[in-house]
Design a protein around this ligand. Structure first.
Ligand code: ZN
Length: 318
C-alpha cells in the first residue's frame, strides 16, 4: 500500500471518493490516527481516564482538521468551560508536531459520577465534563502573519459536533466528522475521520443539474457508509488508516494520497521561556523566584523543567 512506510498509529491520511463509475473526486476526506502521541502526552500529565479520553479525541480532531487547511504555522483547538475541565487544548504544526494539555478544576469530586454517566460505546459527552463555554479553532499562519479564528458554543454532545458547526458557519460546506479514543493495555488509540463534500462545477443548466444529482447521491452514500463505521474499527491497532478507508468506502473508488507523520513534539525552548518572563513585571518575577533568584519554569505541554536565574533574564533590573 502507498503508506506502508508511515507508522499506522501516527499519521494523517488524505483521501478522496468518487461515485464508483468515474475517478472524478466528489468528496474529500481525512483520517488521523494519533495513538502513540496521545499516549505519551496523556501519560505525562497523568489525567484521569475520562479526561484522557477527551484529550485524546481533541488531539486526533486537531490533527484531522489541520490537514484540510492550507497554512504554514499552527492550528489550535481550544475549549474553555466552567466544569471540571476548564481548558482543553490541542495544537499541531504543518509538520505534524502535536501538543496538548488540559487544565482541571481543583474540585474533582464529581468525577466518579461523570464517569458513570458517560456512554461506553461512543465519544465523550463534552457538556457534563466541561460545562458551558466555547470552542475556538484558530489558524496562525506564520508565512503571512495572518490569524483566522472560528468560535462555536460548547454544547455537544461530542467534540466532533463542535467541529461540524464550525465548518457549517465558516465554509458552508457539508462536513461530517467522527472522533474515537480509548485506552487498552498498549496505551491510547485515538482517531478522527472527516468527509467534506466538494462543490460541483458550473457549466450549462443541464450539466449543473446532473453534477448536483451525482454529488447529492455520493454525499448521501458516503454519509451512510461513515455512519456504519464502528468504534472498534476506528480504534483497531491491527487496521491501518488506509485499510479502514478501503474497507469502508470500497464502493466509492477511494484514492489515497501520501500520509503525513504526526509526532508528540513540543516547541518550547529556553529563549521562549526568557521572552515570556521578560514580559512580566519585576514584582511577578520576584514572586516566582526563590531567595537566590532562581526560577523553576515547567512547560505546560511537555513538562520539561528549566531552572533560570532572574539575573540572566534580558532586561532584568534588580
Ligand atoms: Zn514544552
Amino acid at each position: 500500500m502507498l503508506n506502508d512506510n508511515v507508522p499506522a498509529g501516527s499519521q494523517i491520511l488524505p483521501f478522496y471518493l468518487a461515485d464508483g463509475s468515474s475517478d472524478v473526486a466528489l468528496i474529500r476526506g481525512r483520517i488521523a490516527s494519533v495513538g502513540p502521541a496521545a499516549s505519551t502526552i496523556i501519560e505525562r500529565h497523568a489525567y484521569p481516564d475520562l479526561v484522557g479520553c477527551l484529550q485524546a479525541e481533541s488531539l486526533a480532531l486537531a490533527a484531522c482538521l489541520s490537514s484540510t487547511l492550507k497554512f504554514d504555522g499552527v492550528f489550535t483547538l481550544q475549549a474553555k468551560g466552567d466544569g471540571l475541565v476548564r481548558t482543553l487544548f490541542a495544537d499541531i504544526t504543518e509538520s505534524g508536531h502535536l501538543r496538548g494539555y488540559c487544565a482541571l478544576d481543583e474540585d474533582d469530586s464529581q468525577l466518579a459520577a461523570m464517569r458513570l454517566a458517560q456512554p461506553h460505546d461512543e465519544a465523550v459527552h463534552i457538556v457534563p465534563l466541561m460545562g458551558g463555554g466555547y470552542i475556538a479553532f484558530t489558524v496562525d499562519d506564520h508565512a503571512t502573519g495572518g490569524r483566522y479564528q472560528g468560535i462555536v458554543e460548547l454544547d455537544g454532545p461530542h467534540l466532533s459536533d463542535a467541529a461540524m458547526r464550525w465548518f457549517e458557519n465558516s465554509e458552508q460546506t457539508d462536513t461530517m466528522v467522527l472522533c474515537a479514543a480509548d485506552k487498552d493495555a498498549s496505551g491510547w488509540q485515538a482517531s478522527a475521520l472527516m468527509l467534506q463534500r466538494i462543490a460541483t462545477e458550473g457549466g450549462d443548466a443541464e450539466a449543473a443539474a446532473g453534477a448536483k444529482a451525482t454529488s447529492d447521491d455520493a454525499w448521501h452514500t458516503a454519509k451512510t457508509l461513515l455512519s456504519s463505521v464502528t468504534r472498534g474499527e476506528l480504534l483497531d491497532p491491527a487496521l491501518t488508516p488506509e485499510e479502514i478507508i478501503f474497507r469502508l468506502f470500497n464502493s466509492m473508488a477511494p484514492h489515497v494520497a501520501p500520509a503525513r507523520v504526526v509526532t508528540d513534539q513540543c516547541r518550547c525552548d529556553v529563549q521562549k521561556v526568557e521572552s515570556m518572563l521578560s514580559q512580566l513585571s519585576v514584582e511577578d518575577v520576584n514572586d516566582l523566584a526563590d531567595a537566590d533568584g532562581t526560577l523553576l519554569i515547567t512547560c505546560e505541554f511537555c513538562k520539561t523543567e528549566r531552572l533560570l536565574n532572574k539575573s540572566d533574564l534580558p532586561n532584568w533590573q534588580s
